[in-house]
Design a protein. Structure first.
Lengths: 269, 305
């Protein structure tokens, strides 16, 4: 009995010590984070979509602790998207066989890192920090599907679809790093696709050491429509009937107008 | 030069829609079809979302068919009376078609039925028109128009009530005939999500026995009204009409329709029919390929056909 009690006491003491150690470690980490000053700036962080917009670029730069690997992510907020799925009917004909709902998943997701993700960070840490496709798959919900295998398969198809629309991309080796005054300056340029819808996007940079994320910093990129583009888009959404009538009248006038021009020019005779 | 499309939310080289519009407008002026069965898939291929492609296409057809109807009217090729009867039928058919889709969806195999109907329709209409116009092109070389025998079908048509004279087309039919066949095309068009010009033209040629040149003008006239209705509904309920894309398309298609009309006058009815039949058959083959070859992507945006 006594021996058991002693060992219980010993265990409790050990837990206390452990807790104190953990607290110290936490304080140390917090202090470390604030002193390390991972900085981040997204240049061209306000992208204006006007009539002649054909995509843009977003440059991200900042400073980090020397020796840390960097992962830079740009993502839209999570949203829900419905897509048609294709399948085989009657054993030979490919056609739409229903819809899949993809929930809690960003519509745009770009990731770049100093080295291959697998070399610098463990899969568990990636999932914890929301880095990479496995993390997206974990937090996403796909309905209706029957099991995890199907989720894997359709998530893979989803990524393929998004990559082909230039809205998802993961690569490595595109971050330029220079060391100066004991700090590490980094710079990278993302091609911003014109397919990306208006909205607010978050740029996150992660400093990674020994397979763990040691620091992270965030910045925002705003993409919005301006001028005529904005006016037309708003009218189409909010004043559909008027927009429809204008579209029809413009088409009728254009049709008649061209008809008159051709009559004068004698093109139809 | 690139322009940004506010509803499609994408950017496009303006030469693409203007060029596509010109091509499709040419077909409209020549054959009296809206060309949606060609243009919508092409727009999707160039990155326009399917729903926006279909809706904007109908807006563009309003312009192309106005231009085409106007050009054909000037040369006396529009039978307004026949057009109105067909329109009335098409309107009723469209309403019925929408109900039929609901029914098919409830049965759970709507897409399969729609795709198979579409392929069979395109294939059989294309083949028949091709064969028939080929035969009559051959015949005309050897003997001039032989008086046609009255078939039992023709006799049956003549026994129907409300016989009406259609002056422009030079035919007498029961008023029920264009209404019934107009609604039949309306049902199929609604199910397949297309304008139905490629079905309406053969109906007018083979069942209503109208001369090919009047068929083209009259078909454009009734397509015009259908597309006004569809454009309004799409803009009002789905907000999927892209005005800028429509303007770019119609820059090409209104001119194309005029050129097509002028060019069509130089061709014989059978020549027009055989070219249209060939185009319909090519599209059929393309769809069959799409259905049987494994797609590279198994997911797609919703909407479209």
């Amino acid at each position: 009995m006594n021996r058991t009690r002693n060992s219980e006491l010993g265990y409790l003491k050990f837990r206390h010590v452990l807790a104190v150690l953990c607290a110290f470690a936490m304080i140390f980490t917090v202090a470390h984070t604030s002193s390390a000053e991972l900085t981040l700036k997204a240049n061209h962080d306000h992208i204006k979509i006007d009539f002649f917009y054909h995509g843009s670029s977003v440059s991200v730069k900042g400073t980090a602790d020397p020796g840390a690997d960097l992962v830079i992510k740009i993502a839209s907020p999570d949203s829900n998207q419905a897509l048609r799925k294709k399948g085989k009917m009657a054993g030979m004909l490919w056609m739409n066989v229903g819809q899949l709902e993809f929930e809690h998943i960003p519509s745009l997701y770009f990731l770049t890192s100093t080295r291959d993700l697998e070399e610098i960070i463990t899969r568990d840490e990636m999932i914890n920090q929301g880095i990479g496709y496995p993390a997206l798959e974990k937090s996403a919900e796909i309905t209706p599907i029957e099991n995890e295998d199907e989720k894997d398969r359709w998530f893979g198809e989803f990524v393929k679809f998004k990559e082909s629309s230039h809205l998802y991309n993961i690569n490595s080796g595109n971050i330029t790093v220079t060391e100066k005054d004991g700090r590490q300056n980094f710079y990278t340029l993302f091609d911003w696709p014109y397919q990306a819808s208006p909205g607010q996007y978050t740029v996150t940079v992660y400093a990674v050491k020994d397979n763990k994320v040691t620091e992270k910093a965030e910045a925002k990129v705003l993409v919005e429509q301006v001028g005529i583009v904005k006016r037309l888009a708003t009218m189409a959404k909010k004043n559909g009937a008027f927009y429809g009538i204008i579209s029809i009248l413009a088409a009728l006038c254009a049709g008649f107008g061209v008809g008159m021009v051709f009559r004068k020019g004698g093109g139809a005779h | 030069m690139y322009l940004y499309l506010p509803v499609a939310l994408t950017s496009i080289n303006i030469l693409i829609p203007v060029g596509l519009g010109l091509g499709v407008g040419l077909l409209s002026g020549l054959f009296g079809v809206g060309g949606g069965f060609l243009l919508t898939p092409l727009l999707i291929m160039f990155g326009i979302p399917a729903t926006v492609a279909a809706a904007t296409d109908s807006n563009q057809i309003v312009a192309a068919s106005t231009s085409g109807t106007y050009a054909h009217w000037k040369i006396g090729n529009v039978d307004f009376k026949m057009g109105l009867f067909l329109l009335a039928g098409g309107f009723v058919g469209g309403l019925g078609g929408v109900q039929l889709i609901k029914f098919l969806k409830a049965m759970g195999n709507a897409d399969f039925v729609i795709k198979v109907t579409y392929v069979l329709m395109l294939g059989s209409v294309g083949s028949y028109m091709f064969y028939e116009s080929l035969m009559s092109l051959k015949k005309k070389k050897t003997e001039e128009s032989k008086p046609k025998k009255e078939s039992s079908f023709t006799k049956f048509l003549q026994s129907l009530p409300f016989q009406t004279r259609f002056e422009k087309s030079g035919v007498t039919h029961s008023a029920l005939l264009p209404i019934i066949f107009g609604s039949f095309v309306g049902i199929l068009a609604a199910i397949m999500g297309v304008g139905g010009g490629f079905l309406m033209v053969p109906v007018m040629v083979y069942i209503l026995r109208m001369p090919m040149h009047v068929v083209v003008g009259t078909s454009l006239f009734q397509i015009l009204f259908n597309c006004i209705e569809v454009t309004f509904l799409q803009a009002y309920t789905n907000h999927t009409v892209d005005f800028i894309l429509a303007v770019l398309l119609l820059l090409g298609s209104t001119v194309g329709a005029q050129i097509g009309t002028a060019f069509g006058r130089k061709l014989k009815g059978d020549q027009l029919k055989i070219i249209l039949a060939a185009i319909v058959l090519v599209v059929t083959v393309k769809i069959v390929f799409d259905l049987t070859l494994s797609p590279s992507l198994l997911l797609a945006q919703t909407g479209g056909h």
